[in-house]
Design a protein around this ligand. Structure first.
Ligand code: AMP
Ligand code: MG
Length: 402
């Protein structure tokens, strides 16, 4: 059985990213993946400007006198056009251009007006203080983003600040989603005692959409090999990837893997993790297949830990391992060696340290643990029981889950 690391490595080396790319307006570009690097076409800032509201002058003049004659002003968008001479200053506002003739700004609160237009500088002010210099943040030609970067809201602001109105991005990935299971009914329908609601498809759909993918929801499919085969063929003709839940275990009604073997190839099956052992990765024509286990926690955790890195690679995005932090177990945690655990935990900052507690019963069908929890406690394959006070690795649950 592959380890989580081996499974992810296998998928990342097998999958080649899509290459189709289009220009897009930055206003529409959040969550899209850059298909080309972005270089700055301007210096940032593009002119020397003041970091404070105050007075601008020649810094060396303070050695002669702390009192300066105010001869004009520079406002944001309305620069001072004259020359500031020895013993003179101008009133200046934050962001306003600092004229060539001066190099220093004293903040308003460190000054007093002795008489009309005679300003006294009350605190020592180093030459060059409070001036933001041309190009100090970015210079023309600087690579601001590499290709493969998924754009966040802050990135959109950065692109706008560089005067960039359009960027080249990969087309969004189309991901088909369906669930299998004769026991499932739709929320809102009448349910008999032996049935349960199809929840996976709703959670998976929402998570994939938050990851920036176009989701094609193919509904709920019965445990019938012919229907599952028809759904796979349909999905493969329309989507870059298929994410389905259920039917990848070893039960009598688990047909998903057998159908993939018939219509495509299975790359690997089963991963040494808990929850989520029955996970299948494969291919139908040019469409990648991620078969998630049916239990709701297993489905969410395998989407996050296994399918997501692969989908992100496919979408043209670079792979970033999840950010994890160290925490101290606030209570004992049960763990058997043999599989890597992703236990749902509640992380709190207490008494100056990160402490993590169990989010409750850890059954792979108990979605409440994901609702209560704010993190996954990542316990290695070899790890046994965790004692109170032991250090553990924690991954915060955030977007796209929370
Ligand atoms: P399976 O992997 O198909 O054997 O499913 C394992 C268990 O997960 C089933 O017995 C159901 O209890 C549950 N399950 C499967 N699919 C779903 C689904 N779409 N939504 C909620 N629970 C599911
Ligand atoms: Mg099933």
């Amino acid at each position: 059985m592959l380890s989580v690391h081996q499974a992810v490595e296998h998928m990342l080396t097998t999958i080649k990213p899509i290459t189709e790319s289009n220009p897009i307006s930055i206003a529409q570009a959040v969550d899209f993946v850059l298909s080309a690097p972005v270089q700055s076409a301007v210096d940032v800032p593009s002119y020397n400007n003041s970091a404070m509201d105050g007075f601008a002058f020649r810094g060396k003049d303070l050695a002669t006198s702390k009192q300066l004659r105010c001869i004009g002003k520079s406002l944001a968008g309305h620069p001072f056009t004259g020359v500031v001479g020895a013993g003179e200053c101008i009133r200046i506002m934050t962001g306003a251009q600092v004229p060539e003739s001066v190099d220093t700004v004293a903040p308003q609160e460190n000054t007093s007006e002795i008489e009309a237009d005679l300003i006294q500088i009350n605190s020592p002010t180093a030459v060059g203080a409070n001036v933001r210099l041309l190009g100090e943040e970015l210079q023309i030609g600087a690579v601001v983003y590499e290709a493969g970067h998924r754009l966040t809201p802050v990135d959109i602001g950065m692109l706008a600040s560089l005067g960039i109105a359009e960027v080249a991005v990969y087309r969004p990935l189309k991901v088909a989603v369906f669930s299998t299971g004769d026991e499932l009914v739709l929320p809102g329908e009448n349910k008999q005692a032996f049935q349960l609601y199809d929840s996976n498809r709703f959670a998976l759909h929402a998570m994939l959409e938050r990851m920036g993918f176009d989701v094609l929801n193919l509904g709920l499919v019965a445990d019938d090999p012919a229907l599952i085969e028809a759904t796979f063929r349909d999905a493969a003709s329309k989507a870059d990837a298929i994410v389905c839940s259920g039917g990848v275990s070893v039960g009598d009604a688990d047909y998903t893997k057998a159908v993939i073997e018939k219509v495509g190839q299975v790359g690997f099956w089963q991963v040494a993790m808990k929850p989520g052992k029955p996970f299948a990765f494969g291919q139908i024509d040019n469409t990648w297949f991620f078969g998630l286990p049916g239990n709701p926690v297993s489905a969410t955790v395998t989407l996050l830990q296994l399918a997501t890195p692969a989908l992100r690679k496919l979408s043209g995005e670079g792979y970033n391992a999840p950010l994890t932090i160290a925490a101290v177990a606030g209570e004992p945690l049960r763990k058997r060696p043999g599989r890597a655990d992703f236990q749902r935990g509640i992380l709190r900052f207490e008494d100056g340290e990160n402490r993590v507690y169990s989010a409750g019963p850890q059954g792979s069908g108990m979605l409440s643990s994901m609702v209560q929890g704010n993190c996954l406690i990542r316990l290695s394959v070899e790890q046994g029981n965790v004692a109170i006070g032991d250090s553990v690795e924690v991954e915060l649950l955030q977007n796209p889950i929370k």
